[in-house]
Design a binder for this molecule. Sequence first.
Ligand SMILES: [Zn+2]
Length: 380
Amino acid sequence: MKKFILLLAPFLINTSMANSYCAKYEKPKSYVKVQKSVDEKLEQFANNKTIAASADAVLSKLITAKSPYVTSWYAKNDFKNKTEEQIAHAWRKDFAMNFLLMKYPQDDAKIDNEIEMVIDGLLKENLTPTYQAKMEKLFLTSKKLAIDTVSKMKLKESDVIIKRIESIKLYWPKNLKSSRNNSMPLDLIEWGIAYDPVPNEINIGVGSLAYPNNETYMAVFAHEIGHAFDPCRWGAFFEGPWPFEKVGECLRSDKSVGAKKRDDSKIEEFLKSGKLTPDLATSLRENPTCNKFAYPGKGIQADQLPESFADWFSAETISHAKKMNARKLRLDLCEVKTLNAGSSYPDNQSRQDKIYFANPKIKGMITTLSIEAAENYCSL
Ligand SMILES: [Zn+2]
């Protein structure tokens, strides 16, 4: 019997804290409403006169040219029992989402104007002054806690890190035309909350409305602040060795989340085929924890240390909060997500169990959770 229990032990541990913690989670109703409204606006956009005419013209050109794209698009969709009008609608929606909203500006002033109108409308409708004020307040609280946390760490680098944290701001896109990274309009809608290292700002998009409560927002802001000095960004913005090396090693280990290393086995091949420039290949080798757009890319393992570290720092920060309903912390991670192969994130449940709940202070705040996770804690 004893042997049986021993064999079962890893599975028992896996019926982890996160499961009971997540039992009552559901996607915020307010965000479901936002998604519905975004969908409706995009549907209207795809079927307005200018956009529909452009979609229809492209479709007839492709059909005349016997384009394999149209054949495979048709095959991918189930159009059995669908009317011609329904098929036309589906084409217009796909065309709008995958072409028009993926490149800006287009070579057509009328279409650009329509794209600007739909994106600006969605930004205005969702990133309201009230919402912005609320987020700024939560961000400020999170930032103060993060500064307090770094100062208590008493690193010889604490001052330079604090200086960088102090200057982090939130970036609110006002309209498509003036916005940063506006070459893919749909990004502004899909953006959640993401740190941007060069301006040292946190980009906010309509997707930021997805988080379920203030505690989670504060933890997400602390995670983004952690990216300002994660192992990848350290090399670019600070001097000397990364002061969290010991934490990093622990996060890489089985004791913690087992953050995977970037798979560099394809760099040479990419270099030979011209998919990577020699400069980029050198930069990748010099920065082994950085994930770039050109590499590793889909299907090749990205480095998971920057995301794991950002979670670790977020847990440290939140554990310094005086009043915190830890039962509500990072409930967004209860969302079951299928990660892309090679994702830069460990899976959601591991992030909760092995990073957030491994923090002894957070564990202490959630007294109803019964399993001792603190032994997995990565200390400084
Ligand atoms: Zn992150």
